[in-house]
Design a protein around this ligand. Structure first.
Ligand code: GLV
Ligand code: GLV
Length: 327
């Protein structure tokens, strides 16, 4: 048997590509080797005739694309988030949607905490200062930041990643508040107190976002919410850019409504170098790298490949978003 064709929409770590290349039922692994993602037409051409697609969060998989590649049985996303995929449309067409939850939880929490610490202690500003040759003496008022120990952290969304951030905050002696859709006994173990969003925003010195992107969370942090925050508070976003209203955030940072923002995700994404956010010294932006460690990206690649292979083999994948299609 010639074997089926699968597509991989960018060069993921070798560990995942090896899995696919070594699978006996796969005849051809079509790899999109460019650094930039395929546009929608290129994506359709890439997926034409494929039984499986290993996709990235930069690929929009909607009903129209699915209708144009009718042989597709599985879309395996190399990410925990799957807001780039129209899951309902996939389910209606019998296409399995898979993701990589769990694997990147701790790595993402590490970056959220790194952003918190970097902005609290003004590390990027300090680095720029030294590089610019401005360091002339020890300064009694130089680059004064905020204490992390003893401060209050507000976690918006106490899911897997939110809990991992809480565990770190506990080690740093922070007081921890959280919003959650369902109260979880783990909150007690982590020393977390529940609040509704408004109270959390009023009380927290650092607000860290850990919700999925959905219609309910789009624009969840807008001008009204930013106005509730303390003028000394910092907003950290490692979730999805559109959870925050970017225009309102720029305004709040400019006006001093809040002290700073540290963002791994933005709306739009990517941000162009002349975006108003990047002109603000109190905005720290990194390019969506929360899961970007060698070990975690290797595991994401193997899990995404294994999820795809499981569907092609008629087995239940480890992580499937729409299990109802298997029934
Ligand atoms: C990254 O943002 C992911 O969803 O895995
Ligand atoms: C700072 O370096 C100090 O010794 O206080």
């Amino acid at each position: 048997m010639a074997g089926v064709t699968v597509a991989v929409t960018r060069a993921i770590p070798e560990a995942g590509l090896d899995r696919l290349n070594d699978a006996p039922e796969i005849g051809d692994v079509r790899l999109w080797a460019d650094d930039l993602p395929p546009d929608p037409e290129e994506l359709v051409a890439l997926l034409a005739g494929c039984a499986g697609a290993l996709t990235l969060l930069t690929d929009q998989i909607d009903a129209e694309i699915l209708d144009r590649v009718p042989g597709l049985r599985v879309v395996s996303n190399y990410a925990v988030g799957y807001d780039n995929i129209d899951v309902e449309a996939a389910t209606e067409r019998g296409v399995a949607v898979c993701n990589t939850p769990g694997i990147l939880t701790e790595t993402t929490a590490d970056l959220a905490f790194a952003l918190l610490m970097a902005s609290a202690r003004r590390i990027p500003e300090g680095v720029d200062y030294v590089r610019a040759g401005r360091w002339q003496t020890w300064g009694p008022r130089l680059l004064l930041g905020q204490d992390i120990h003893g401060a209050t952290l507000g976690i918006v969304g106490l899911g897997r990643i939110g809990q991992a951030v809480a565990a770190r905050a506990r080690g740093f002696g922070m007081r921890i508040l959280a919003t959650a859709r369902h109260e979880d006994p783990v909150a007690d173990e982590l020393g977390v107190e529940y609040r509704d969003l408004d109270d959390l925003l009023r009380e927290a010195d650092f607000v860290s976002l850990h919700v999925d992107l959905s219609p309910e969370t789009t624009g969840m942090i807008g001008a009204d919410e930013l106005a509730l925050m303390k003028p000394t508070a910092t907003l950290i976003n490692t979730a999805r850019g559109p959870v925050v209203d970017t225009g309102a955030l720029v305004e709040a940072l400019r006006e001093g409504t809040i002290a700073g923002a540290a963002l791994d995700v933005t709306d739009p994404e990517p941000l162009s170098a002349d975006h108003p956010l990047l002109a603000l010294p109190n905005a720290l932006v990194v390019p969506h790298i929360a899961s970007a460690t060698v070990a975690t990206r290797d595991r994401m690649a193997t899990v995404a490949a294994d999820n795809l292979l499981a569907v092609l083999r008629g087995r239940r994948p480890e992580h499937i978003v729409n299990p109802e299609i298997l029934a």
